[in-house]
Design a protein. Structure first.
Length: 82
């Protein structure tokens, strides 16, 4: 999971990822793990005084097939730079 931080003229990426010993198939567990990754990235952004507007989620399957999905907000959160 990563956020593209657009605080400076040069694009930056702040990310967090985890590898699991076994495939995660339980949706609740997946949601929990995504929340934890988002909290790690969000904490790093706040600590650096940055904000972001693009979130990318990457999922890698047991056969190394990788799926990525990104979402970019048109504007940042109220009170934060986009």
């Amino acid at each position: 999971m990563s956020w593209q931080a657009s605080h400076s003229p040069r694009a930056k990426s702040i990310s967090a990822e985890d590898t699991f010993d076994t495939d995660l198939t339980d949706r609740d567990r997946l949601g929990t793990e995504i929340d934890l990754l988002a909290a790690r990235v969000g904490g790093r952004l706040r600590a650096a005084g940055l904000s972001g507007r693009t979130v990318t989620l990457k999922v890698r399957h047991h056969d190394v097939t990788t799926i990525t999905r990104s979402h970019t907000r048109v504007r940042g959160r109220a009170g934060h730079a986009a």
